[in-house]
Every structure is written in C-alpha cells, then in structure tokens.
Design a protein around this ligand. Structure first.
Ligand SMILES: Nc1ncnc2c1ncn2[C@@H]1O[C@H](COP(=O)(O)OP(=O)(O)OP(=O)(O)O)[C@@H](O)[C@H]1O
Length: 220
C-alpha cells in the first residue's frame, strides 16, 4: 500500500533574524495531503515568520522543511509550488481581474485557450463569474481577496499559504468569506496552512488548529 506523503512537514525548524536570536525554535508540524491547518497565536508570536520560512522567504538556522516527500531547504520560493494569499491580496494594479488570475498560468506558458478556461473556472469557484474585465481598483475588499485566492489556486499549488487573508475585512464579511473559503478549500482538495489570530476563523476554515506563542508551537 502506498501512502501519500504529507503536503508539509517541518522538522525541528529554527529561524532567526539579523540579531541572531532564534525566534522560531524547534518547530515541528505536519500538514497532511488535503488537510487545512490553522496556525493561531497573538500578535508578534511568530506566525508570519514561520509561514515565510515555509515559503522560502526566511533562511532557516536549523531543521528541515519537506513538501510531499521532497526536502526543500535549498529550493527557491518560486520552485516550491506554494500559493500565497496575504492580508491585503496584493493584486497587480495594472492588470484586470482576468489577467491577475492568469498571472501564474502565463508564467507557466499555458496556452491562451487553456488559460481562459482555467480563469473562468477559478472566477466561478470564488463567486466572481463575469468579473474578468473589471479593473482591480473597482473591487471591494472582499472581492479583491476572492481574486487573490483565485489567482493562488489557478496553478494548482501543492500547498496554500494563507497569511490572515480575511483580517482587513469587517466582521460580517469576514464570517461570510470564511465559510466560502472553507467550501473552496474542500472543493479543490487543497492542503493549506492558514495563519490567523481569530479562533472562530480558525474553527470555520481549518480541520485542525496549532497554537504558537513566543515562537514556540504548542502541541494541539
Ligand atoms: N525582519 C525582522 N527582524 C527582526 N525581528 C523581526 C523581523 N520580523 C519579525 N520580527 C519579530 O519577530 C517576532 C514575530 O513576528 P511575526 O511577524 O512573525 O509575528 P506574527 O505572529 O505574525 O504577528 P502579527 O499577528 O502581528 O502579524 C516579533 O517579535 C517581531 O517583532
């Protein structure tokens, strides 16, 4: 019997900044294939730092990061096959909605017709069918986050990294989008690590919650 390796495995990971104090220490974590794990902790606890480490945006001082059975310590960010969504979706302002979602597909040299088909499917998935020609400046905060999610899912990443994707939105919209996000992650079978400081959001979106405080992951 073959078993699918975890989407992500951290083994005794350490991360420090220029002052060399090891802020993230001995972090161990598994995200199984198709699992959504929330990383929950107060402001300044190290959530974003750990997520950035997974993405390859911080250098490790210790330990190993494995993705689907591959050691990725020396693999650059753009080759880790991670989709990322941040607090402020960071859409490209000079591209319309369609071309934002198409970005990764263009970079991967998909054909024009395949791109169009995939973009339409992604916009439909996030509830924005028909929004392709809109300028991103005309979108509401919630719509912009949906476009960012569509863009990150378009290339079928092995792992989705969500860094407080809903925290810039007001409470009511946040609750609605959290439920939608859960549905979208389930529908696409995505594996994801979701950073938040909101327990309700973690419960809605994730299968499991891992706590972090002062750079230490707590057993869940
Ligand atoms: N580049 C850096 N150099 C030095 N210290 C840093 C750097 N980036 C973050 N830190 C410190 O590391 C700690 C963890 O920061 P991090 O941004 O990971 O926390 P967080 O849990 O994501 O917080 P928030 O919820 O406020 O975004 C904080 O004390 C922060 O001041």
């Amino acid at each position: 019997m073959t078993t699918t390796p975890p989407a992500l495995e951290l083994r005794s990971v350490g991360i420090s900044f220029e002052d060399e104090y090891e802020w993230i220490k001995d972090a161990n974590l598994r995200v199984e294939d198709g699992e959504v794990v929330a990383l929950l902790g107060p402001s300044g606890s190290g959530k974003s730092t750990l997520l950035r480490g997974v993405a390859g945006l911080e250098t490790l001082t210790a330990g190993e990061i494995w993705m689907r059975g591959r050691l990725v310590n020396d693999v650059p960010t753009h080759q880790r096959n991670c989709g990322m969504v941040f607090q402020d979706g960071q859409l490209f302002p000079h591209r319309n909605v369609r071309r934002n979602v198409a970005y990764g597909l263009e970079a991967a040299h998909w054909s024009k017709s395949a791109i169009n088909e995939r973009v339409d499917a992604m916009l439909e998935l996030v509830g924005l069918a028909g929004f392709g020609d809109r300028a991103v400046q005309t979108l509401s905060g919630g719509q912009a986050q949906r476009v960012a999610l569509a863009r990150s899912l378009a290339t079928k990443p092995q792992l989705l990294l969500l860094d407080e994707p809903l925290s810039a939105l007001d409470r009511e919209l946040r609750d609605r989008l959290a439920t939608d996000l859960r549905r979208i992650l389930t529908q696409t079978g995505s594996s994801a690590l979701h950073v938040t400081h909101d327990l309700d959001e973690a419960k809605t979106i994730a299968d499991r919650t891992v706590f972090i405080d002062e750079g230490r992951l707590q057993p869940s």
